[in-house]
Write a protein that binds this ligand. Structure first.
Ligand code: ADP
Ligand code: MG
Length: 585
């Protein structure tokens, strides 16, 4: 399909997307839009990140909305607040020429009252995270009686974040006769069970997994010892002075650590992860979008669904375990006909992983060798000269200062002068790389052999310390570990928090959460309800030693569920102090 006008989309929508720069439908749009406009058969669509899935379901949903009717007709469920807001913004933009159509976002971890008000004003399209949707259904603020279309966006992610039972519950509230659309970048076994349970004879569409953009992406891997990863990252940034990219890390802790180091080393970098407040995230994303930041260090979940164009590099600080994740990450560069580079930093034991990704995805990696100090200095130097050559000179502004400057520099020859200017800008690099080592390792070279390597790996894994929290719901309230994980993830708006041991009792439960997320989680869940119970969550009496606890101690705990909510405020504060102490230790 060469143009959107070949679809049956109405002019008001066509005008809106045209003004957004959409010229022709992406492959998944070309398949999904005609189907959705013509048929109410269920649909499963798979296409990788960045292939325009939002418009694929958004445009037909807008067109099929009955404007006269203020009730909710389309429900879009998605895994995170960030994505929820982005989809809402996209749909609002696509429908900007349609008066009377209202799209509302409802998501966890934020105050529920404004969301209830927004729903009350009428929202034909509701975009929601699962836990909050469920809460609102329970409070009878989100009414699904007239919903004719349910979209499960990033279904794979929703399942892996623990939202399965919330989805079950929500879907069972909707009328039988409705269209269910499932969009996902990957198709897992769990997704197939959902589709079997909730979809009837779905039509399946997919756009080639490795999309058009992928041809424009070159894949490289660098092999270094684990301890040299950061050094390599710096060299990659240094040899690409105009880098505009995302560095993917595995955990929030690593994300923060790498971003902090980069900032200390005066790179133009910042971190995006689940511990940030919404305002902080918006701020970081805003700077990155405006290119005030060159390097964004992020976890997969925090970066999911974010769309930023023209990225030059994707850097896998660690190779992900799942090759699909590698494909997602790398699919964020090389978009819209531009070329991009995806880099994997690997150590000697990971050659197998590279082979596995190649086999599963058809991607071909080239091994790159780590640039030497001299390579980097050469590159930086020429970039600087290029900048000096092209810099715009504001004659009028600079004029009054020149006579004094000329006079002061009069004793330098032209050659000398150039040397001085370049050194002023460049000494930092020259001195940093003066004695730089060769950090390349080869496949058959043992990277970190024996016990030392083993120890480091253990340290990498076991560093996070956990706090143990009490929550006043248990199996009697239909809580189970998966739902608890969903509740936590939705509260933190992230799937990357480190959750430890979970104990579900009858009327209450205990769970461990990484210290760093404790305060945020308590704040996020305060005032929320679960199965109609207003949640109470607080530190449990004893803190387990090094991440585990003994059964004996736990039985001594009082049943907190009987406690009144009145004491809640000061408990909370006390807890925060404790949290801070813990983090330092
Ligand atoms: P996905 O959900 O598949 O990850 P998105 O729906 O977020 O992808 O779209 C990715 C980006 O592509 C967005 O910036 C979106 O505005 C843009 N886009 C979507 N469809 C088109 C199109 N037909 N032409 C140009 N850009 C598009
Ligand atoms: Mg999407």
């Amino acid at each position: 399909m060469d143009s959107f006008s070949e679809t049956d989309l109405e002019d008001k929508i066509l005008d809106a997307i045209k003004s957004m720069g959409f010229e022709k439908p992406t492959p998944i749009q070309a398949k999904a839009i005609p189907h959705l406009l013509a048929s109410d058969r269920d649909m499963i669509a798979s296409a990788q990140t960045g292939t325009g899935k939002t418009a694929a379901f958004g445009l037909p949903s807008i067109q099929l909305t009955n404007i006269e009717d203020k009730s909710t007709q389309t429900l879009v469920l998605c895994p995170t607040r960030e994505l929820c807001l982005q989809i809402t913004k996209d749909i609002t933009n696509y429908s900007k020429n349609i008066k009377g159509l209202s799209t509302v976002a409802v998501y966890g971890g934020a105050s529920i009252e404004p969301q209830m008000k927004a729903l009350k004003r009428g929202a034909q399209i509701v975009v929601a995270t699962p836990g909050r949707a469920k809460d609102l259904i329970r409070r009878k603020k989100l009414l699904l009686g007239n919903v004719v279309r349910v979209v499960l966006d990033e279904a794979d992610e929703m399942l892996s974040m623990g939202f399965k039972e919330d989805l079950d519950a929500i879907l069972s509230e909707t009328q039988k006769k409705k269209q269910t659309l499932l969009f996902s970048a990957t198709m897992s076994k769990e997704i197939l069970t959902i589709t079997k349970k909730y979809m009837q004879d779905p039509i399946e569409i997919s756009a080639a997994r490795v999309n058009q953009g992928a041809d424009n992406v070159k894949h490289f891997y660098y092999m270094v010892q684990a301890k040299d990863r950061y050094e390599l990252l710096k060299r990659i940034a240094d040899i690409n002075p105009n880098i505009y990219g995302i560095v993917f890390c595995r955990t929030r802790r690593e994300t923060k650590e790498i971003a902090n180091k980069l900032m200390q080393d005066s790179y133009n970098a910042d971190a995006l992860h689940g511990d940030l407040s919404q305002a902080q995230r918006d701020e970081v994303m805003g700077r990155f979008r405006k290119r005030q930041l060159q390097i964004l260090v992020a976890t997969d979940v925090a970066a999911r669904g974010l769309d930023v164009n023209d990225l030059t590099h994707i850097i896998n600080f660690n190779l992900p375990d799942d090759s699909e994740i590698y494909i997602h990450r790398s699919g964020r560069t090389g978009r819209a006909g531009k070329s991009g580079i995806s880099i994997a930093i690997v150590h000697t034991r990971e050659t197998r992983k590279i082979k596995e990704i190649e086999k599963k995805s058809g991607i071909v990696f080239s091994k790159a060798s780590v640039p030497s100090g001299k390579d980097i200095c050469t590159k930086q130097l020429y970039a600087l000269i290029d900048k000096i050559e092209k810099v715009k000179v504001d004659e009028i502004q600079i004029e009054p200062f020149l006579p004094t400057i000329y006079e002061k520099l009069d004793w330098l020859s032209r050659e000398e002068l150039i040397k001085h200017f370049v050194s002023a800008e460049f000494n930092r690099f020259l001195s940093y790389y003066k004695y730089s080592r060769d950090i390349n390792v080869s496949e058959n070279q043992k990277g970190e052999s024996g016990k030392r390597g083993e120890k480091r790996r253990r340290e990498d894994k076991g560093k996070a310390s956990h706090s143990r929290l009490f929550i006043n719901v248990g199996s009697k309230n239909n809580l189970n570990p998966a739902r608890l994980i969903g509740l936590i993830n939705e509260g933190l708006d992230s799937g990357d928090a480190d959750i430890g041991k979970i104990d579900i009792m009858k009327t209450f439960s205990f769970f461990e959460i990484e210290d760093a997320s404790e305060a945020q989680l308590i704040k996020a869940l305060k005032g929320q309800t679960f199965e109609g119970v207003s949640l109470v969550i607080e530190p449990s009496k004893e803190k387990p030693a090094s991440g585990s606890f003994s059964k004996g101690k736990s039985s001594k705990r009082r049943d907190h569920s009987k406690k009144k909510e009145g004491r809640w405020g000061d408990k909370n504060r006390r807890h925060e102090n404790r949290g801070r102490r813990n983090r330092k230790s």
